[in-house]
Design a protein around this ligand. Structure first.
Ligand code: PRP
Length: 215
């Protein structure tokens, strides 16, 4: 039997997904070892294989077909904009993509001036301001701790993920606008969906049922 291959976003998302899969009979005990540095795990009995990838690379593995199925946040899907099918919202990892900054920046967002936006998500930032707001921006790409940028004067506002809101609060920033809601999604390679239709359909049905049961 050909392996059905999953690319999982390393970290919390992979752990939550594997816990859910276990409930529908898909186990991979080897992955639970906290000391393991392995990146590929197999369940020979089920004919399944799991990759642990950097979240932003999950859509790439799925688009190229080396993974049939990917589990990744909607933020990554929007930023990477790959050719794949987004088939299921898993609901967990729920948070929001927002424009944030000091309260004083609220006025700036209403004026038609070029504003400086720092973000780990330059494509999402560009799309939101250009297409939804028809506003010109200069995007400054950062790789983390983005909240620093408006505080130290690198940018006027940021486009970033807000979950509990505590990072913003503790740094004197606030949500100025909501870009979109986010959560974990299941994506499928376009060819795999045809070639492995039955196995993928059964997997998706089981996951959807389990998610409903857990609500
Ligand atoms: C994310 C995000 C915010 C924070 C939001 O950062 O970029 O900074 O979490 O969470 P909160 O609303 O619950 O405070 P992450 O922890 O992934 O680290 P990073 O800043 O290095 O990207």
């Amino acid at each position: 039997m050909r392996y059905l291959t999953f690319a999982l976003a390393k970290g919390r998302l992979a752990k939550k997904s594997m816990a859910l899969f276990e409930e529908i009979g898909i186990r991979c005990d080897e992955m639970k070892d906290p000391d393991t540095r392995k990146l590929i795990f197999t369940n020979e009995e089920l004919g399944m294989r799991f990759f642990l990838a950097k979240p932003s690379d999950v859509p790439t593995y799925v688009e190229y077909g080396v993974a049939d199925i990917g589990i990744v946040g909607k933020d990554t899907l929007l930023e990477e904009n790959r050719n794949l099918y987004e088939v299921l919202d898993m609901g967990f990892g729920a948070c929001r993509m927002c424009v944030c900054g000091p309260e004083s920046a609220r006025e700036l967002l209403k004026r038609n001036e070029i504003i400086r936006v720092a973000s780990k998500y330059p494509n999402i930032a560009e799309n939101y301001f250009r297409n939804k707001k028809n506003q010109s921006i200069e995007v400054i790409k950062l790789n983390g701790s983005v909240e620093l940028a408006p505080i130290v004067g690198l940018a006027d506002v940021i486009v970033d993920i807000v979950e509990t809101g505590s990072t913003l609060k503790e740094n004197g920033l606030t949500v100025l606008e909501e870009v979109c809601p986010l959560s974990a999604r299941i994506v499928v390679n376009q060819v795999s969906l045809k070639m492995e239709h039955e196995r993928i359909r059964r997997f998706l049905t089981d996951v959807a049922e389990q998610l409903r049961a857990e609500q």
